[in-house]
Design a binder for this molecule. Structure first.
Ligand SMILES: [Zn+2]
Length: 280
């Protein structure tokens, strides 16, 4: 449409309308453009449509835990390459790249902390690390976080965000589902509370194991939740899927989660639940 621009002198050109990156943020959900500093204040929640942007794990740690303090455990364990897996990249190279990108050895951070003065075993998944995928190390660190909750008799809180099991470790990834679920059954028998917090997105093997086994399951608004992708389900059942399928709101409506919680209310909600469920 160059002829059109030429005929209208003085109109702003595309170059002039360009906004320096990082100052303004465009909402992925509604397209609203918000000033970056304002987004920080709003905890990266869109003021127009309530869409919750993905935020780094450290921001959740700062937001949820007393004084943002986490005594981290199992920092040293990292993945091996049992299947000698290679797709577009060798698996060890993929791990190395993820480690450089995140500054962490694996896709979950776990340790001991307090919330509202109550001691907890805490774990948070990192979506930046190979899509928050659950390999044997993620499974092991989650399992150890559950074991710490059992041994120390303290509530367990896990913040999930995951694309599912890590295909590069095949069956060893899938085994983590059974391992973590079995330990959660022991935690349940001991009557120690487990609060599962789901963030965007929580899907597949993680959703089908520990993420959906909380005594209370909290979820941020408009998160993508589910097991398989919509196309796979559609092909399997041969039916059209309903609107808003695989969202927090749909899951709430169907009784799969207990409460949709805005990020700014997350800490207070968890503390209130802990006080209600736990008296030690
Ligand atoms: Zn929005």
């Amino acid at each position: 449409m160059a002829w059109f621009r030429k005929s209208k002198e003085g109109l702003p050109t595309q170059e002039k309308r360009n906004i320096p990156e990082g100052i303004w943020t465009k909402c992925d959900s509604c397209g609203e453009v918000v000033y970056g500093k304002k987004m920080e204040e709003l905890l990266w929640v869109c003021p127009n449509c309530d869409f919750h942007f993905r935020i780094p794990t450290q921001k959740y740690i700062d937001l949820l835990l007393d004084d943002g303090q986490l005594e981290e455990y199992d920092i040293e364990i990292s993945s091996l390459d049992p299947l000698k897996f290679k797709d577009s990249k060798k698996y060890p190279d993929r791990i190395k790249a993820a480690q450089q990108k995140t500054g962490k050895t694996e896709g979950v951070i776990a340790g001991m902390a307090t919330m509202g003065g109550i001691e907890i075993s805490f774990a948070i998944m990192n979506f930046q690390f190979i899509g928050g995928s659950m390999g044997s190390v993620v499974g092991e660190k989650i399992a150890r976080a559950i074991e710490r909750a059992i041994e120390k008799e303290v509530p367990l809180i896990i913040v999930s965000s995951s694309g599912g099991a890590r295909m590069q470790e095949g069956i060893l990834s899938l085994m983590q589902m059974a391992k973590t679920s079995a330990l959660l059954a022991i935690l349940h028998e001991k009557k120690i509370p487990y609060i599962s917090i789901l963030t965007n997105p929580t899907t597949a093997g993680v959703m089908a194991s520990y993420a959906s086994l909380g005594d209370v399951i909290l979820v941020e608004p408009k998160a993508l939740l589910g097991f398989a992708g919509p196309r796979v389900i559609q092909q399997t059942i041969g039916q059209d899927l309903p609107d808003g399928f695989q969202s927090s709101e749909f899951f709430m409506d169907k009784g799969f989660v207990d409460k949709i919680v805005n990020r700014k209310d997350l800490r207070d909600t968890v503390i209130a639940l802990l006080r209600f469920m736990w008296s030690k």
